[in-house]
Design a protein around this ligand. Structure first.
Ligand code: MG
Ligand code: ZN
Length: 164
């Protein structure tokens, strides 16, 4: 049985744009060390699940089709750099005021993943993210830990710390 980790996208996998969304593939800039971080996890038998808020869909900055296309290209790019692609991707397309159960810090996307993959035991899972809403979602879902990504701590740094 694989173990599972949850990973945020913007600011963790790709450079976060200031006051803007990654609307098209051309705006997607993969961060240093990401392919290696994902392949370290995969080699340690982890399932890789992306958990991402994308309210740009709700405000018509891009469509779900464009986003799915970006994620397909993201996985291809990661693979082409000897990284492991994501096994599953969960997206919240809603705006803040919609009060959905999936927009982080709500735990809906993580809980859905745990339904879709019956072997997931959330109390053994951790999340990697750059926002307090990621921490909140992981806590609200009952995950065992959260690894904060920031300017001093890349995903690769945090993954090495986690796997140590
Ligand atoms: Mg983020
Ligand atoms: Zn939602």
């Amino acid at each position: 049985m694989p173990k599972t980790v949850f990973i945020d996208r913007d600011g963790v996998i790709n450079r976060r744009l200031i006051d803007d969304w990654v609307k098209v593939w051309e705006e997607f800039e993969l961060l240093d060390g990401v392919p290696e971080a994902l392949s370290l996890l995969k080699n340690a038998d982890y399932r890789l699940i992306l958990i991402t808020n994308q309210r740009g869909i709700a405000v018509n900055k891009f469509t779900r089709e464009t986003l799915d296309n970006t994620h397909e290209k993201m996985n291809e790019l990661i693979s082409s750099k000897d990284g492991a692609p994501f096994d599953a991707i969960y997206v919240c397309p809603h705006d803040r005021h919609e009060k959905c159960s999936c927009r982080k810090p709500q735990p809906g996307m993580i809980l859905q993943a745990a339904q879709d993959f019956q072997d997931i035991n959330l109390s053994e899972c951790v999340m990697f993210g750059d926002s307090e809403s990621d921490r909140g979602a992981s806590e609200n879902a009952g995950c065992k830990g959260f690894y904060k990504i920031d300017d001093e701590h890349s995903l690769l740094n945090r993954v090495k710390e986690y796997l140590k």
